[in-house]
Design a protein around this ligand. Structure first.
Ligand code: SF4
Length: 361
């Protein structure tokens, strides 16, 4: 059991990169949406053909896509991409294609992914505990090991202890909040209409947990998303909790779960795990979902998805110079593309001196 085990009881596997998100446990029955129509020309096709110039590939004059067709058939971009686009459309586009040749690896995303994996295993089978290969804690530590990158700052053992603490804190908080009867409906519910135009080689819009809202007739659903912060000072906690009240991600997930299942969503929230300073704590910022709120959100989403589709295929991604050195917007550091925009002036033909192309482009 967590907490009673000696630290380091589970040996983490050796490091290595993993792109795969854990498998979805359930199959939705909602009818699929109409298949989207791919664009007649894209930057991707230009890249695949090995065409020499990004400028040519992005030239508006050379594209046959009309604004009307973009608005009619644009994909529903997942919240993570919308967030990046809102920070800076150029950042969103560059991030899909390029990564710095030299970058400092940080474990923040991986620790969250590992805790997610352990909690998903627990929710699928709350009776499985211990440290065996099927135990949720083992799943969490294994996920950590698969994504770990060797470096001098973060040891795999110290991160394993962090993941164990986070997993145990969230599992205990779930038990305390919902008891033994979790009323789970879906666990890691991936968008059943994975649009190949935006899948980028991995599953997107994966909803962590959908449960039945108890005491409602007819039945309604709650949508939950797990978040992890390795460190969050008390002075910033209020801001983090308030952001849940207007979370694009929660509204997006609620709207889509309704579409996929035909069941009304009435509540959504984050299970926010704060690992430090001090003992791990779990917070539950929750938002009430109403039809009016989702209608408002969807009207905004359609406009934004349309602009993103336009940016992706017309080569006009705007640069937001206000975001370049804003560490709030770039997870605690400056934008990775500062040299690209401000030394190379956004000329992608020169980017390969500082950046390499991502594997999934
Ligand atoms: S450096 Fe600034 S303009 Fe360039 S991608 Fe980053 S945020 Fe956008």
């Amino acid at each position: 059991m967590c907490g009673s085990e000696p630290e380091g009881a589970i040996t983490p596997p050796s490091g290595g990169m993993s792109w795969q998100t854990p498998a979805t446990s359930t199959s939705p029955t909602a009818a699929p949406e109409p298949a989207p129509v791919p664009p007649p020309m894209s930057m991707w096709s230009a890249l695949e053909k090995g065409e020499p110039s990004f400028v040519d590939a992005l030239d508006v004059e050379n594209s046959s896509i009309s604004s009307a067709s973009l608005a009619a058939g644009c994909p529903s971009y997942p919240p993570s991409e919308v967030r990046n686009w809102m920070v800076c459309p150029a950042f969103w586009r560059y991030s899909q294609i390029w990564e710095p040749r030299v970058d400092r690896w940080t474990p923040h995303a991986l620790v969250g992914t590992a805790i997610h994996a352990g909690i998903a295993a627990y929710l699928r089978n709350p009776d499985t505990e211990g440290t065996g290969p099927a135990s949720p804690l083992h799943v969490a530590i294994q996920t950590l090991g698969e994504g770990y990158v060797e470096q001098e700052t973060w040891s795999l053992l110290s991160l394993s202890k962090l993941v164990e603490k986070g997993y145990c804190a969230l599992r205990d908080a779930i038990q305390e909040r919902w008891g033994v009867d979790l009323h789970q409906i879906y666990i890691e519910y991936a968008d059943p209409h994975q649009d190949p135009r935006i899948s980028r080689g991995r599953k997107y819009r994966v909803v962590d947990f959908v449960r039945c809202h108890q005491g409602c007739e007819p039945e309604t659903f709650e949508v939950w998303d797990w978040k992890t912060k390795i460190n969050l000072d008390d002075q910033y906690l209020g801001e983090a909790l308030r952001s849940g009240m207007h979370s694009w991600q929660l509204l997006d997930y609620s709207w889509h779960v309704q579409q996929w299942t035909g069941t009304t969503v009435t509540q959504a929230g984050h299970g926010l795990v704060v690992l430090g300073p001090g003992k791990p704590k779990v917070h539950w910022p929750t938002v009430r979902i109403t039809p009016e709120r989702l209608t408002q959100w969807h009207a905004q989403a359609r406009r934004i998805w349309s602009m993103m589709w336009h940016d992706e295929h017309m080569g006009l991604a705007r640069m937001n110079f206000e975001a370049c050195s804003d560490r709030h917007m770039h997870f605690g550091r400056e934008c990775l593309f500062l040299p690209a925009c401000h030394q190379l002036n956004g000329n992608q033909n020169l980017f390969s001196s500082l950046y390499k192309m991502r594997r999934n482009t």
